[in-house]
Design a protein around this ligand. Structure first.
Ligand SMILES: [Zn+2]
Length: 306
C-alpha cells in the first residue's frame, strides 16, 4: 500500500502575522506542505512553519517524516521567519534532514539573519537538536530531484516599493511532481502581468493543485508585487481540473471581505478556494485530483461561512 499524499495549509496570511489570532482563515505568514510517506516538501517558511513543526511532533501522520525539502520563494522575512521557531531546531523529538532551496539572494538573506550576533546559525541549532540542515542555491530554469519529487524553478514577478521605482526581488516559483503522484505549483509572491501569463498558464496546465498570491481582491489593486483573487479565479476557470488555492491574503482584509471577494470572483468555481489554515487535501490517484479533508480541527476565531 502506498502512503497517503496530503497537502496542508499552515500559513496563508501575507506580509505579517495577526497576533493574537483573530481570523478563521489565516493568521500566520506563508507555509504549505506536501506529505508523501517519510518525505515532506514545504513551500515557504513563514510563521506557519512553526505550527507545522509542532504537528510533526504531535500528529501521527507526520511522525515518520525524516526528509524535508524546503522551497523558499524569496528574501522577504515573512517567507522565512518561521525558521527561528520550528521544532526541528530545538527538540530531539523531531530529527529531520532538511534541505533548503532558494535563490542566491534568498539564501544570503537567511544566512545573514542567523549569523552572529543577530542569532545562531541554523546548522548549529540543527546539530544540537539531532537534525541536519543544508542550503542549496537555485535559479530559474533549474530542474532537480528532491527525494521522490521532481522540481522545477521559474521566475516570478515580485518587488517592493511602488511599480514606478520597484526594488525587484530574485523570486522563484516552484513546480514539483511526485513520482507516480500529483503535481503542485507554488506562485507566491507574484504580481501577474501580460508578460507573466505564459508562466501561470504552464503551471496551471501541469499542476493538480496550485497556490497563488491572491493578496488583493481585484485586479485593479495589483501592486507591490502581489496578485488578486480575481486573477486566481481566471486561472481556476481556465484550468477546471486544477485546485487553485488563494494565498498570501492581505492582513488588512477581514474574513468577510475575503469571502466576499471569493464569492464575487469565484462564483460557481468549485476549484477556487481560500487557503484556510488547518485545511488538508488528500490526493485521490484513481480520480486524479485532490479531495478536501475535514474542516480545520481548531479554528482560531469564528469559522468562515460556507
Ligand atoms: Zn514578498
Amino acid at each position: 500500500m502506498t502512503a497517503a499524499v496530503e497537502f496542508d495549509v499552515w500559513g496563508s496570511r501575507g506580509s505579517r502575522n495577526l497576533i493574537p489570532a483573530r481570523s478563521a482563515i489565516g493568521n500566520r505568514t506563508s507555509c504549505y506542505s506536501l506529505l508523501a510517506g517519510d518525505e515532506l516538501l514545504i513551500f515557504d517558511a513563514g510563521s506557519g512553519l512553526a505550527a507545522l513543526g509542532h504537528a510533526m511532533r504531535t500528529e501521527k501522520r507526520f511522525r515518520k517524516v525524516r526528509r524535508v525539502h524546503l522551497f523558499v520563494s524569496h528574501a522577504h522575512m515573512d517567507h522565512w521567519e518561521g525558521l527561528k521557531d520550528v521544532e526541528w531546531f530545538w527538540s530531539k523529538d523531531v530529527p529531520v534532514d532538511v534541505k533548503l532551496y532558494g535563490s542566491k539572494e534568498t539564501v544570503r538573506a537567511i544566512e545573514g539573519a542567523f549569523r552572529p550576533p543577530r542569532y545562531v546559525p541554523l546548522e548549529r541549532l540543527a546539530s544540537s537538536a539531532a537534525s541536519q540542515f543544508q542550503v542549496v542555491t537555485r535559479k530559474a530554469g533549474d530542474q532537480w530531484a528532491a527525494g521522490r519529487f521532481h522540481a522545477r524553478a521559474f521566475h516570478l514577478h515580485h518587488y517592493s516599493g511602488d511599480s514606478t521605482r520597484p526594488r525587484r526581488l530574485a523570486t522563484l516559483g516552484y513546480a514539483v511532481t511526485l513520482n507516480g503522484g500529483p503535481g503542485v505549483a507554488y506562485l507566491s509572491d507574484h504580481e501577474p502581468t501580460a508578460r507573466t501569463a505564459a508562466v501561470e498558464a504552464r503551471a496551471g496546465r501541469e499542476a493538480n493543485l496550485m497556490v497563488l498570491d491572491a493578496h488583493f481582491p481585484d485586479r485593479r489593486d495589483h501592486a507591490f508585487g502581489h496578485g488578486s483573487q480575481e486573477h486566481a479565479a481566471s486561472l481556476a476557470a481556465g484550468n477546471p481540473k486544477t485546485l487553485v488555492l488563494a494565498g498570501h491574503l492581505a492582513p488588512s482584509l477581514s474574513d468577510e471581505r475575503l469571502e466576499e471577494a471569493r464569492r464575487r470572483h469565484g462564483g460557481k468555481l468549485s476549484n477556487l478556494v481560500l487557503a484556510v489554515e488547518g485545511r488538508t487535501w488528500g490526493w485521490d490517484g484513481a480520480r486524479g485530483r485532490f479531495v478536501a479533508g475535514p474542516r480545520p480541527r481548531k479554528p482560531a476565531g469564528k469559522r468562515p461561512a460556507g
